[in-house]
Design a protein around this ligand. Structure first.
Ligand code: ACO
Length: 432
């Protein structure tokens, strides 16, 4: 028998179907609420709103659990690779050897961008933020592949579009970096794997050929796997929102990149390093900044702390912290920012303010220190996040457009502006 909940509005009873997920998620289905009752729900920030049914990623924020298609993130980071995770997220299963070879070939095949696009990069000022360049360039890809602009392509063509995007975004990111440091663009080398190729396009110069370092490569693989999906976060919901109008995949991903940029979302990794540097310049007194974060008259927030969903240690932060120590040791780097970060974490985890509000380090708290150790400049941190998040965005877009009952996203509102009033001509408006 269908489970229902009863809603009582001024004595009138309405029955709302209950929807249950495979991991005991429970939702009230309010699809017919407005039609049946005239009411809508109000949920600023969507903290209680399920916008879709999804089988991609499961998070239990209270218990610190994150799984992609049922597989725990820690197990994936230990045993899998970013490329395999891309396939898992997008197609729902781990690939067979044959499927994986075909997928990697498809991605490899598209690792060049149209030569004309190079002129776009040089038209940006040298100090342009690479996130602005990346989002514009991803949208511009649609100009060069008009045949792929249809959202509703046959499955084989859609697979081609997906491979193209996965491959080219990494080239665009590397070129945006080269532009920002004033170096010549470096083309991909087909014999290298996905991530080594990206590092080669970033760090090879006419003077020095980049030599892949297995410790760095593994750490980057882990960082990208950790970033690969996080269900209905701000940027993924943006991709779904834009894609729901049947805008093409490039346009939807470009919008997701913009959403990720903000410092309350993916931009936090840049904000964390800037905060740690500011604390260092100010005498490394982390206690002072804990007090600032607690002071309600001070707008300062501890960047890299807190999460809408995790009310326990973010499982991604503990994995990153371990690799962060490993990378810094391997490279022989003694970064004072790491000591400040550990001091902040220790102080916050024993402080009543943070305990009460269940504020823990999130994925961005240690990732910047690791990127910095890998010689990635601060303004590229969020670009790195975007590269990692790409398969998640694609998986959600694909899941949505393959849904037969897909609907355009269009929330409602409660209007609180003036009620109807007449227009007053300019000459009759009195000065205030
Ligand atoms: N430092 C100090 N206080 C904080 C912090 C913080 N980082 N985060 C939340 N709080 C406080 C709030 O002031 C609020 O206090 P109050 O109850 O006394 O008013 C309480 O904790 C709840 O905070 P909300 O803002 O309601 O939590 P919300 O779920 O809306 O915000 C967010 C989550 C945006 C991530 C927030 O914790 C934050 O701004 N963190 C810093 C930015 C950051 O690290 N973002 C990256 C998140 S991970 C990602 O997107 C990849």
């Amino acid at each position: 028998m269908e489970k229902t909940a009863q809603l009582d509005i001024a004595g009138n009873l309405y029955s709302l179907p209950i929807v249950e997920g495979t991991e005991d998620d429970k939702a009230l289905d309010i699809t017919r609420l407005r039609n049946d009752t005239g009411y809508i729900t109000l949920d600023p920030g969507y903290g209680n709103t399920g916008a879709c049914i999804s089988s991609i990623t499961y998070i239990d924020g209270d218990r610190g659990i994150l799984r992609y298609r049922g597989i725990d993130i820690a197990e994936l980071c230990e045993r899998s690779t970013f490329m395999e995770v891309c396939y898992l997220l997008i197609y729902g299963e781990l690939p067979t050897a044959e499927e994986f070879a075909k997928f990697k070939d498809q991605v490899l095949f598209h690792s060049l961008i149209h030569e004309d696009m190079k002129s776009f990069f040089t038209s940006y000022p040298g100090h342009a933020h690479p996130m602005a360049i990346l989002s514009a360039m991803v949208c511009s890809l649609s100009v060069y592949h008009p045949q792929l602009m249809e959202a509703m392509q046959p499955a084989t063509e859609r697979d081609e579009t997906i491979a193209r995007l996965l491959s080219k975004v990494r080239v665009l990111a590397a070129f945006a970096y080269k532009r920002s440091v004033g170096e010549a663009f470096v083309y991909s080398r087909p014999e290298l794997d996905y991530l080594s190729n990206f590092l080669h396009m970033m760090f090879t110069t006419p003077m020095r050929s980049y030599q892949p370092d297995p410790v760095i490569r593994k750490a980057l693989d882990v960082l990208f796997m950790i970033h690969a999906d996080h269900e209905q976060n701000c940027s993924t919901s943006t991709v779904r929102m834009v894609g729901s109008s049947k805008a093409n995949l490039f346009a939807a991903i470009s919008a997701g990149i913009c959403a990720l940029w903000g410092e309350w979302h993916g931009g936090a990794n840049q904000a964390v390093i800037e905060m740690l540097e500011a604390i260092q310049r100010d005498g490394s007194n982390h206690r002072k900044y804990i007090d600032k974060a607690k002071d309600k008259n001070d707008p300062f927030r501890l960047m890299g702390f807190g999460h809408r969903v995790y009310k326990n240690y973010d499982p991604r932060a503990s994995i990153i912290k371990k690799y962060c120590d490993e990378v810094l040791n391997h490279l022989g780097i003694n970064d004072p920012a790491l000591e400040i970060a550990k001091g902040l974490e220790e102080a916050a985890l024993t402080d009543e303010y943070f305990i009460e509000r269940k504020l823990y380090p999130n994925v961005d708290f240690y990732s910047g220190i690791m990127y910095r150790a890998m010689s990635i400049p601060t303004n590229m941190f969020t670009v790195m996040f975007a590269l990692g998040r790409l398969p998640g965005w694609i998986a959600h877009w694909k899941e949505m457009i393959e849904e037969p009952a897909m609907k355009i996203a269009r929330p409602r509102q409660v209007y609180t502006g003036p009620t109807q009033r007449p227009y007053v001509p300019l000459a009759q408006r009195s000065a205030k």
